[in-house]
Design a binder for this molecule. Structure first.
Ligand code: SF4
Length: 389
C-alpha cells in the first residue's frame, strides 16, 4: 500500500485512541463549525474553548448572528482580540443568510463568503458535508514538511500538499472531518513545533526528516516579520464621576469601537489622533513624563505601548495650572487646560461629536479591547486612590 496512505492511517489510529474530544467538535452543525473555526484562528486553544461556547450561547444560529448589531458582536468578542474576525463573522452571516439562506455545502460556494478562506472552507466542507478536502493549517504544514521533507517556504507548497494528500484521501474510508482533525491534533500533540515527540511517534518509520536526522531543519523558518513600535497615549479625563470616551471611526486598530481620547505615534510620526482640538492641545502641551506606562500589547505587526495621563475637570472657577495625573482629582480646581485656560467639559463634545461622557461604573462594560481594559484597570486604581469615584 502507498506509504502516504499508511502514514495517514497511522495518524488516524493514534487520533481515535489519544485524540482530544473537544466540546465544540461534537456538533457537526455547519454554523457552529464555522464559528468555532473562526474563533480558533489566532487564539490559543485553551483560551478559545470557553469563548466559543459563550459566543454560541449568545448567537445560537446564523439568523441570530446576522440580525444582531455589530456592536453586540464586537462585545461578544471581548478578550479574544483581532476584532476584524468579529466584523467578518457578522458580515459573513449576513451574506450567507441573504445569498444561500444558510451555510452552503460546497467548498467553492464557501470561498465566496466574505471572511471564509481555504482553511475554513475545507474544514466546514469536510466536517459537516463529508467532502474529502484537506484543511491546511500550520500544524498540517509542519507534519508533512517533516514526514515528506517538503520545502514549506515555496509559494507552491500549499497547492502541492493539497494535491498530494487529496490524491490518497479517496483510499481512506474514514470521515473526512476526522482525517483533517487527526492531522491537526497530531501536529499539536506529537509532531509539535518545538520538541516533537519522535520517540513516541506512531509514524516515525515513515518520517523522512527523522530518518535523515533533520527534524530540526523542518519546517524551514520563514523570515521573521518586521515589528513596528507604536506609542499609544491616552487621556483619562474625569468629570463628576464620568469619563470622557471616544467612539473611534476610521481607526485601523479598533474601528467602530469605544476607547479613550488618544494619540498614536508610529516611530515618532502621528498614526492616529482624536479629532478634538482641545484634546490635541492637551497632548501637545503635556510633558512626556506625565504619562504613566500601563501595558504593552501586540496587534499583528505592531508592538504597542500604552501610556496614560489622568486629567480631572471640575466646575470650580478657581484657577490653577494643570500638571497631569499628579493633580488631585477632587479638589475642584482643574477645569482648565495645561496653560491655565478654562475648559468647559461640554466643549470636548461640541468639538468632536464622537466624544461623550460615560459614568465611571459603566466604562469597563463598553471597552472591548484587552489593551484598553488593562489601561483602564490601571487608571481606576489611581482614580479610586485619589477619591475620584
Ligand atoms: S518522527 Fe518526529 S518529526 Fe517525524 S512525524 Fe513523528 S514526531 Fe514528527
Amino acid at each position: 500500500m502507498n506509504e502516504l496512505v499508511l502514514t495517514i492511517e497511522g495518524i488516524l489510529k493514534w487520533f481515535y485512541s489519544f485524540g482530544i474530544d473537544y466540546p465544540f467538535r461534537n456538533n457537526r452543525n455547519p454554523y457552529r463549525v464555522w464559528v468555532s473555526e473562526t474563533l480558533l484562528q489566532q487564539t490559543r486553544l485553551d483560551a478559545a474553548v470557553g469563548k466559543i461556547e459563550n459566543f454560541l450561547n449568545r448567537f445560537p444560529s446564523l439568523e441570530k448572528l446576522a440580525n444582531a448589531d455589530e456592536s453586540e458582536v464586537l462585545y461578544a468578542f471581548k478578550g479574544l482580540g483581532y476584532y476584524n474576525r468579529a466584523r467578518n463573522l457578522h458580515k459573513g452571516a449576513r451574506f450567507m443568510l441573504n445569498t444561500y439562506s444558510g451555510v452552503p455545502e460546497s467548498y467553492g460556494e464557501l470561498l465566496e463568503v466574505p471572511s471564509i478562506g481555504p482553511y475554513t472552507a475545507a474544514a466546514i466542507s469536510s466536517i459537516c458535508f463529508k467532502r474529502k478536502i484537506l484543511s491546511i493549517d500550520g500544524n498540517i504544514r509542519r507534519v508533512f514538511a517533516r514526514i515528506m521533507r517538503m520545502d514549506n517556504t515555496s509559494p507552491a507548497f500549499d497547492a502541492k500538499l493539497r494535491s498530494l494528500v487529496e490524491s490518497v484521501y479517496g483510499d481512506l474510508e474514514y470521515h473526512p472531518g476526522d482525517l483533517n482533525e487527526s492531522l491537526m491534533q497530531f501536529g499539536q500533540m506529537v509532531c509539535k513545533a518545538k520538541k516533537p515527540l519522535c520517540t513516541a511517534c506512531p509514524v516515525s518509520s515513515f518520517c523522512l526528516a527523522l530518518s535523515m536526522n533533520m527534524v530540526k531543519q523542518y519546517p524551514a523558518l520563514a523570515q521573521n516579520a518586521e515589528k513596528f513600535t507604536v506609542n499609544w497615549k491616552i487621556l483619562i479625563i474625569v468629570f463628576e464621576n464620568q469619563i470622557l470616551l471616544n467612539k473611534y471611526q476610521n481607526f485601523q486598530f479598533l474601528k467602530q469601537q469605544t476607547g479613550f481620547p488618544s494619540m498614536l505615534e508610529l516611530e515618532n510620526k502621528e498614526l492616529f489622533s482624536s479629532k478634538s482640538k482641545i484634546v490635541s492641545r492637551i497632548f501637545k502641551q503635556s510633558k512626556e513624563n506625565v504619562f504613566l506606562k500601563a501595558a504593552t500589547h501586540s496587534i499583528t505587526k505592531y508592538k504597542i505601548t500604552f501610556h496614560y495621563q489622568i486629567i480631572g475637570l471640575s466646575r470650580s472657577k478657581k484657577s490653577r495650572k494643570l500638571e497631569g495625573h499628579s493633580q488631585s482629582l477632587n479638589n475642584g480646581m482643574l477645569m482648565m487646560d495645561l496653560e491655565g485656560n478654562p475648559v468647559d467639559p461640554e466643549m470636548f463634545i461640541i468639538d468632536e461629536p464622537d466624544l461623550f461622557f460615560e459614568k465611571i461604573e459603566n466604562v469597563s462594560g463598553v471597552l472591548i479591547s484587552s489593551g484598553l481594559s488593562k489601561v483602564w484597570n490601571h487608571a481606576l486604581n489611581s482614580i479610586s486612590a485619589r477619591g475620584g469615584t
